[in-house]
Design a protein around this ligand. Sequence first.
Ligand code: NAD
Length: 318
Amino acid sequence: MNSLRPKISIIGAGSVGSSLAFSLLMKGAVREIVLIDKDLKRAQGECMDLNHGLSFCRPVNIYAAGFDGCKDSDIVVVTAGAKQKPGQTRIELLQANTEILKEIIPQIVRYSPQAVILMVTNPVDILTYATLKISGLPPSRVIGSGTVLDSSRLRYLMSVHCQVDARNVHAYVIGEHGDSELAVWSNASIGGMMLEKYCPFCVHNATCRRDKELEEIFQQVKNAAYKIIEAKGSTFYAIALALVRICEAIVRDENSVLPVAALMKDYYGISDICLSLPSIINAKGVEKVLHLELSDKEKLQFKKSAETLKQVIKKINF
Ligand code: NAD
């Protein structure tokens, strides 16, 4: 049977993979969704459940399959692998999930050599780099979800603090999707005004201790996954929406700016590592990584984030 386009295959039909399928279905974003999991029964169960809602949604073919099912995908999203246990860091998942990638990436390339691979499994930045090495694909077609989720968390928390719609708050978290990430306050803006210019208009201006409150917001962003995992075992709704946003930018060839994890080429002297920076995303994958200008403090933090991950990468056997 010929595939319907756009087609997205999701490897890993667990909490994140199935939430992504549900979100894609709700958005009517694609015509074909394939769920692939080593637990075929689980993937089949998720597909039955999703298909039973089709009379309320735009038409889409949803089915479970083996790796051959990802043939002719526009995007293959990888969510397969171990997830954090309460208190566990993302880096601690590295060894187990690298072994899984060695098994699945060659299969993706075999059946869908033209697809964009969107890595979600943690530690996402290092596994994006590992996927680049294992697949041999051009860097534009290997993307990690990176800090798209973290940036959304930041925008949401700023919107609550400043009482402004999150869609009018523009701010990025960059670097690692994890403990060494940083918020780029020097470029944050609300309604076209740089943050420090906006503050006098804010409802909290009289009482706000700006630096302290921004630091508290950032700490909440950085520790969000730990808190959610502690409370309910895993995070999946917001990441699913972040993934839909990335997928739409690709299948609709949107040239959207999103902070995905991509290969760095001489950004403040940093190369040969995948980290998040705002990047132009379209049908080719990453069209361009934008070299955001940082303050001296942010530059140091970004370099530290890169150095932390480089030390970890050295220990992996691809
Ligand atoms: P989950 O345990 O619910 O699902 C994982 C699925 O992967 C399971 O169904 C499992 O059977 C499948 N799987 C394992 N090995 C496989 C293989 N070799 N081939 C095919 N399928 C395989 O986990 P989850 O909550 O969906 O999380 C998945 C990953 O996503 C984790 O690594 C988690 O840390 C990560 N995650 C990343 C972000 C992000 O922002 N990047 C956010 C949330 C979760």
